[in-house]
Design a protein around this ligand. Structure first.
Ligand code: MG
Length: 394
């Protein structure tokens, strides 16, 4: 059985969105757009062969940025229609036009917490049924009411809360949607309703409480808080990496350390301004996201970096961390040299690095030591720097 996922992200829900804010599919949840979380659930599932997303044509740029990390797993985006069921039908037609799957999982982008087990249960439900609907029992007592008064109690034993992804044999749900489109007065709020109307056999499979639909601004706030607490707890979200660099002394009258000019009887030699401390720190930041080292991003063979201020390198590394949704928690630098004396410049160095990285003074540490007269450092031939960066990643 080949399985495609069709994610419906074309809607223009207004309940969760303030004026001027991004459409809710693209709002950040724990640092990632909601739609990226919905796509990821399917793109990373071993039994899902293809993923297609139906988008609002106004969101083309937002979608391009959001979907880039999944580019190799995604079919071309499908422009949606006026109603949800139109968007689904257009998505199914696009899947049919190229390598039609034998089964399709239709999922609302507004449910970003669909997990792998849930997806597996829905696929399994399709072995013996034309459709599989994940759902949960109703646990609250349900009342009928009118004019502010209770008029009755509803028997909840046969009632279920429907979720997505809803799974179907591909040919049958495509036929059902095509038939439903013939009568524009037919309005369905989910695809199981289309299947029922068409007379298909749809199995009930167990849904998941976490697989909530996010609709209101309050839903987003609660989900965001939940993710941030989870991220704070997860050790995997904290990355620590180190950097090391050495530069030799040559003729000159000052050194640049941590972006601060310090008068000295010699200067550090190097292709750039030879700020050994910022080079070590740049490598540490790159290390937290596995992005290689300073030489990969700024080759010494490139004439553009001759005499360049090393702040450029540090800012670039910080921007790469930010692009991954990371936040710098703390940086720590050790300078190892017999001279110049670092202590008089320590506060200026901390302030400069805090400014460059957008950190508070308390998040920046500068330490210095001599090499007790030993080795090349002890002979005053150069300065070494070590740096450690701590970054939290979503
Ligand atoms: Mg260097």
């Amino acid at each position: 059985m080949s399985v495609a996922a069709l994610i419906v992200a074309a809607g223009r829900g207004t309940r969760a969105v303030e004026a001027g804010a991004a459409p809710k599919q693209y709002r950040l949840l724990g640092g990632l757009p909601m739609l990226a979380r919905s796509i990821g659930a399917f793109a990373h599932h071993p039994n899902v062969d293809a993923v297609a997303v139906v988008i609002n044509p106004d969101d083309t740029d937002l979608y391009a940025a959001t979907s880039a990390p999944f580019a190799t797993r995604l079919r071309a985006a499908v422009p949606g229609g006026a109603r949800r069921q139109d968007s689904v039908r257009l998505g199914l037609e696009a899947l049919a036009a190229r390598d039609a799957p034998s089964a399709v999982l239709i999922h609302d982008a507004a449910r970003p917490f669909a997990d792998a087990d849930l997806i597996t249960r829905v696929i399994a439900g399709l072995k013996c049924h034309a459709g599989a609907l994940p759902c949960l029992p109703v646990t609250d007592t349900l009342k009928r009411g009118a004019d502010g008064r209770v008029t009755g109690t509803v028997d909840r034993t046969e009632l279920w809360r429907a979720q997505t992804p809803q799974g179907f044999r591909f040919d049958t749900i495509l036929a059902a949607h095509r038939a439903a489109a013939q009568d524009p007065t037919l309005i369905f709020t989910d695809d199981a309703s289309v299947a029922e109307w068409y007379g298909l056999d749809v199995a009930l499979v167990e849904g998941a409480e976490d697989n909530r639909k996010l609709t209101t601004a309050e839903d987003f706030r609660i989900a965001d808080e939940m993710l941030q607490r989870g991220a704070a707890r997860s050790a995997a979200s904290t990355r620590v990496a180190t950097g090391y660099d050495v530069h030799a002394f040559g003729p000159g009258d000052a050194v640049i350390l941590c972006g601060v000019r310090i008068p000295h009887e010699r200067a550090l030699q190097g292709h750039s301004d030879a700020d050994v401390a910022l080079h070590a720190l740049t490598d540490a930041l790159l290390g937290t996201i596995g992005a290689g080292d300073i030489g990969v991003h700024f080759p010494p063979s490139d004439a553009r970096w001759r005499g360049a201020p090393s702040e450029i390198f540090l800012r670039h590394a910080a921007s790469l961390v930010a692009e991954r949704g990371g936040g710098i928690v703390h940086v720590d630098i050790s300078l190892i040299c017999e001279g110049p004396r670092i202590a008089p410049y320590r506060d200026a160095m901390r302030a400069r690095i805090a400014e460059l990285l957008g950190l508070g003074d308390g998040q920046v540490s500068i330490k210095a030591t001599t090499n007790e007269g030993l080795g090349f450092i002890g002979r005053g031939e150069g300065i070494a720097a070590m740096a450690t960066a701590t970054v939290s990643l979503p």
